[in-house]
Design a binder for this molecule. Sequence first.
Ligand SMILES: O=P(O)(O)O[C@H]1O[C@H](CO)[C@@H](O)[C@H]1O
Ligand SMILES: Nc1nc2[nH]cnc2c(=O)[nH]1
Length: 296
Amino acid sequence: MHSKEQIGHDEYQNTADWLMSHTKHRPLVAIICGSGLGMLADTLKCQDSFDYSDIPGFPQSTVQGHAGRLVFGELKGKSCVCMQGRFHMYEGHSLLKTTFPIRVFKLMGVETLIVTNAAGSLADGLQPGDIMIIKDHINFPGLVGLNPLCGPNDDKFGPRFPAMSGCYDKGLHILMMEIAKQMGVAGLVQEGVYAMVGGPNFETIAEAKLLHRLGVDAVGMSTAPEVVVATHCGLRVFGLSLITNKVVKSYEDSESVNHEGVLEVGRLRSHTVQQLVTELISRMEINNNENTNNAS
Ligand SMILES: O=P(O)(O)O[C@H]1O[C@H](CO)[C@@H](O)[C@H]1O
Ligand SMILES: Nc1nc2[nH]cnc2c(=O)[nH]1
């Protein structure tokens, strides 16, 4: 039986209060940077940044390519908060810990979550360097009960049985397609289904064949728990996978994937991902009422 850690509402609130008393930014948009995509945060203007180790209650990043820094700032005049480094189940964090920042963001007034990740492609049409708009996910750990929402429900965040059928916002999906066309990179951008597996090992060939037969387009070891928790507490979600490698699905194929290769493709494409995300934030409709959340 999976042991269940609980995190009280006060613990999320304490972290939100601490952050709001240490920055003047009041972000409406939060961005999670995937492996090798940390430089998304570098273009934020008027930055306030905090090492995770200095933020009360925050878990620590342990994975190469995840700096472990929370960066507040403005993108095209819109206040954002960016996680340079996410938490993964395979690091040994409970799922509730991996998703801790999402509820903190909610309490700070964030309305939209943008998740990015590095993922391996199973679809024949998705090549390394391509960018996949996540239209849906398969949460494999979730299907067997490894879900951050297991345990007593915190009704202040959301309902016991949240719907997940519309968890990726269609409007932002369409807007991103338009932006990709206008930026002349439509050929790089496709849509597909992301599957989360537990990791940390990459797939066996038999597992890759299984995922392919199930209709998975891209596979990774993150994102789904974040999206589940974000949807539970009413955040609008948009997700992008950067395809960093083809998942090996033939016994004849002598190639194999490694994390350095994943990070390298991240570095090569991070500028394009950053431009797409910046344009999305610039053009997305957000609540016109200024975020007046204050630490009190
Ligand atoms: O999902 P992100 O954090 O982008 O990272 C992906 O890349 C790592 C493997 O190279 C795994 O952590 C996988 O989940
Ligand atoms: N599980 C998994 N995660 C990844 N992250 C980046 N590439 C991959 C991959 O091929 N498989």
